[in-house]
Design a protein around this ligand. Structure first.
Ligand code: HEM
Ligand code: HEM
Length: 307
């Protein structure tokens, strides 16, 4: 059995403000992902053909009188809020005295990726949503969220409290955890291609690959719990990962059955229940990637070389 040695805890509340703000960015981005997934699922991506304004305005009438207008415009608005919060966080860490260089760097990287995400979304609209921008946009959303999850962990008291685990060589389980994150990102890429091109090969490859993803994630999670179960918080992350993975497999089959075989057409807005079911699958995909990235962060922290 491995145990973690006691190390001095961080001063109480040391990074509490920035930690809370990082959690705020994460929650806001999760809401943006739900709105984005609903925008795609209802075929509302071209509800406004201009960007950065919508119908040339900040608050166009259609954004509160039509469903496609509401989904697409509020997706943009809430994304702007996430961007603003991310900028405030980066500035806070930059000019605050207590932030570590790693936290500062991660906050700026997160902010830049978030900005890129908005630009890819906007350029996609200007080009009438070619699959390449839509797929990249869906993929980057998960990367963005994972960076902020890693940042929140860096800023947490739990991070400060975590000592290297006794009895395991430094670096144990890292490669496996990285492969799990990479497999989930590859699975999103396949799902995104299927979603935005309506290509049946991509769809079946995505469905088939879920077995590989399942095995890799279960092995990486099981190994982490077995060897590094003493890392504070790791078991909780692993439990969520396993539960959502099973739910996701079930929802994948549901999405396959209920989806419109004609793809993402504006007529889909008439079936909001179906759009919501498929969007939950997209959302859980993002949650799985974030949880795997968080597991990875815990593994890295718990297997560093003792100072
Ligand atoms: C925090 C920043 C943003 C995040 C995390 C984000 C995330 C997402 C996600 C996850 C989707 C759904 C992808 C899918 O279901 O396949 C989406 C769709 C979309 N997003 Fe964003 N988005 C952001 C900012 C923006 C901005 C600023 C725009 C500006 C126009 C935008 C435009 C769109 C459009 C048009 C779609 C629908 C694409 C389609 O149906 O092909 N997004 N977004
Ligand atoms: C590890 C398990 C899985 C993960 C992480 C996952 C993740 C995802 C993600 C993230 C997307 C959207 C990609 C994007 O637009 O950015 C997607 C789409 C999709 N997935 Fe999965 N998926 C999994 C398993 C499955 C399974 C087992 C099936 C079916 C048997 C399935 C069926 C679908 C379908 C049909 C779509 C496209 C929905 C549409 O028509 O818009 N997925 N998946």
């Amino acid at each position: 059995m491995s145990t973690s040695a006691a190390i001095p805890a961080a001063a109480p509340g040391e990074s509490r403000g920035p930690f809370r703000l990082a959690m705020g960015v994460i929650v806001t981005t999760m809401v943006v992902i739900v709105f984005g997934a609903m925008t795609t699922s209802t075929g509302s991506g071209m509800a406004f053909v201009d960007w950065p304004l919508s119908d040339g305005q900040l608050m166009p009438e259609r954004s509160y009188t039509t469903v496609p207008g509401f989904l697409e415009h509020f997706h943009r608005l809430i994304a702007s809020l996430a961007g603003t919060l991310a900028l405030v966080l980066a500035l806070w860490l930059q000019f605050g005295r207590r932030a570590t260089p790693a936290a500062r760097k991660t906050a700026w990287i997160g902010g830049v990726v978030l900005l890129m995400q908005a630009v890819v979304g906007g350029v996609g609209v200007r080009l009438e949503l070619p699959a390449v921008t839509s797929v990249t946009h869906g993929l980057l959303a998960q990367v963005t969220l994972s960076i902020f999850a890693w940042l929140a962990y860096l800023l947490s008291d739990r991070y400060a409290r975590t000592a290297p685990i006794d009895g395991v060589p430094p670096g144990t389980g890292r490669r496996l955890a990285i492969v799990a994150v990479a497999m989930l990102i590859a699975q999103t890429l396949l799902g995104g291609i299927a979603r935005h091109t309506n290509n049946s090969h991509a769809l079946w490859t995505h469905a088939g690959n879920s077995l590989v993803v399942f095995l890799v994630v279960v092995i990486a999670t099981g190994f982490a719990v077995g060897k590094l179960g003493g890392v504070p918080g790791l078991r909780g992350v692993a439990r969520w990962l396993a539960t959502l993975l099973i739910l996701q497999l079930v929802l994948g089959f549901v999405a396959l059955i209920v989806r419109n075989s004609a793809g993402k057409t504006p007529e889909n807005v008439a079936n909001l229940g179906t759009a919501a079911l498929i969007s939950v699958h997209v959302f859980l995909g993002a949650m799985l990637t974030v949880l795997a990235a968080t597991l990875c962060a815990h593994v890295f922290r718990g297997t560093r070389r003792p100072e």
